[in-house]
Ligand binder design. Structure first.
Ligand code: NAD
Length: 496
């Protein structure tokens, strides 16, 4: 197996003892506790990071509070906020290879893809959000009331930063998800405490280094590494947090949402998905087949909007599914550092077992495993798998598996395709493959999901809002919509 040699800065990063950034300082957990970070391609320990609890989270929130309320940051002009975000994006671009390698070693994903997708989308979204710093505006309104006061009034509405943001993210795109939250927070003048996923803290610590190098004042950006149960829960319930932004499972997202309401903390939730890929009979079948395979196998299927349910119009079902099976059978499993590998490991042994258990359930219930279906080690690999002869009501079709596992079913007409696509508790994304634009346009309003892609899947752009209908979440990331979630409106009425 050919491995690209690691960048000298990656080796240097891995040789240091990682600490958390709280306020101006790099520190250990107050309790001294640490937790192990593993390389999913081998299962081996990479290094240990601090394991924060409520004491560390409280210090981080207080540092963010001071930065927001009292420091130079609260007086920063919009142009300076814009320039700082641009500078941060430049530094990320400078260290793109290092970030991609850390993402690969810690998450298992391909270093090449991490650079092309994760790092590039992070840079693009930060530069897009930088532009918002100078474009935040309120409105003036001519009021008719109050009735009893008499006299003349001047009224206006200010848009203000929401305050201290608590950000909790998942492990599937650790760096990019962190940047999606950091961008709008720092563009609007908020301060931030980031809690990366238990499994993937490394790129968040690298991001913290770059934030300091960019010149942000102390306390504007803080990172606490730790478990969800300790650090995540402490951040969620902390009364000093004004807004929570969470990316993760629907199960935990519901808990975060409920706790947030106790403090009336503003909250946005980016949660799970079970997104349909719908291939109509007139589609370019070669493109649709390659697109459907990529929609499920990219990032080992660990994508919130992965096309994990495939519906193909009946007369081409065998051909499209056969094509995907051929692609899957031709994929080579291997480390993300090996440029010839097509599929990397899953994030953890737990995730490998979870995904494999779904495949086993399918077998037990009589579904056909058209390809793949096995685990592989060392490391946490699962073969790219296609499952057919499965009922729409089956767990495999209704629940998020979050691995390289596709379930495929035929449909007869467009009404049936829409009904099947919507017959699921999630609503994050959907793709339609067809060149019959009248049919496509009729379908788009009927699909209950936050994004609909046509002849592509998971096509994201920082200018476009991303988020879910139904159990896939509350609120939107990216686009102008994200700015609303990081700001409050203040109404001002002046008697002249
Ligand atoms: P998860 O919900 O287990 O963990 C997500 C984060 O929450 C982690 O940082 C974790 O430490 C923390 N956490 C866990 N328990 C917590 C608690 N009780 N209180 C506060 N925080 C807690 O999810 P995961 O397994 O890391 O990620 C996979 C899930 O994320 C999938 O469901 C996927 O669809 C979803 N996801 C959604 C999007 C999106 O934009 N909609 C993007 C990526 C991933």
């Amino acid at each position: 197996m050919e491995h690209v040699p690691l960048h000298s800065k990656t080796i240097e990063f891995l040789s240091k003892r990682p600490q958390m950034l709280i306020g101006a300082g790099w520190i250990d957990a107050a309790s001294g506790a640490t937790m192990v970070v593993r390389n999913p391609a081998t299962g081996e320990r990479l290094l240990d990071v601090p394991s924060a609890d409520h004491v560390d989270v409280d210090r981080a929130v207080q540092a963010a509070r001071r930065a927001f309320d009292d420091s130079a940051w609260s007086r920063t002009r919009p142009r300076e906020r814009q320039n700082l975000l641009w500078r941060l994006a430049d530094l990320i671009e400078r260290d793109a290879q290092v970030i991609a390698e850390l993402e690969c070693l810690n998450n298992g994903k391909s270093a090449q893809m991490a650079r092309l997708v994760d790092v590039q989308l992070s840079v693009d979204s930060l530069r897009y959000m930088a532009g918002w710093a100078t474009k935040l505006s309120g409105t003036t309104v001519d009021p008719s009331l109050p009735l009893m006061a008499g006299g003349e009034f001047h009224a206006f509405i200010r848009r203000e930063a929401v305050g201290v943001v608590g950000a909790i993210v998942a492990w599937n795109f650790p760096f990019m998800l962190a940047c999606w939250k950091l961008g709008p927070a720092l563009a609007t003048g908020c301060s931030l405490v980031l809690k990366p996923a238990d499994e993937t803290p490394l790129s968040a610590l690298k991001l913290a280094e770059l934030v300091l190098e960019a010149g942000y004042p102390a306390g504007v950006f803080n990172v606490v590494t730790g478990t969800g149960l300790q650090a995540g829960a402490a951040l969620t319930r902390h009364p000093g947090v004004d807004k929570l932004t969470f990316t993760g499972s629907t199960e935990v997202g519901k808990q975060v949402g409920k706790v947030a309401m106790d403090n009336m903390t503003r909250v946005t939730l980016e949660l799970g998905g079970k997104s349909p890929t719908i291939v109509l009979a007139d589609a370019d079948l070669q493109e649709a087949t390659a697109g459907a395979a990529n929609a499920i196998f990219f990032n080992q299927g660990q994508v919130c909007c992965a096309g994990s349910r495939l519906y193909v119009q009946r007369k081409h079902f065998d051909r499209v599914v056969g094509g995907i099976v051929d692609i899957a059978n031709g994929m080579r499993l291997g480390s993300g550092l090996d440029p010839s590998a097509d599929i990397g490991p899953l994030i953890s042994a737990k995730q490998q077992d979870r995904v494999y258990n779904y495949i086993e359930t399918g077998r037990e219930l009589g579904a056909t495993i058209a390809c793949g279906g096995e685990k592989q080690g060392p490391g946490y690999f699962v073969q790219p798998t296609v499952i057919v002869d499965v009922d729409q009501k089956h767990r495999l079709v209704q629940e998020e598996i979050f691995g390289p596992v596709l379930v495929a079913m035929p449909f007869d007409d467009i009404d049936e395709a829409v009904r099947l696509a919507n017959d699921n508790p999630y609503g994050l994304g959907a793709s339609i493959w067809s060149n019959d634009m009248s049919a496509v346009h009729r379908m788009i309003p009927r699909i209950k999901s936050g994004s609909v892609w046509v002849n592509c899947h998971t096509a994201l752009d920082p200018v476009l809002p991303f988020g879910g209908y139904k159990l896939s979440g509350v609120g939107r990331e990216m686009g102008a919509a994200a700015i609303d979630h990081y700001t409050e409106l203040k109404t001002v009425m002046i008697k002249l």
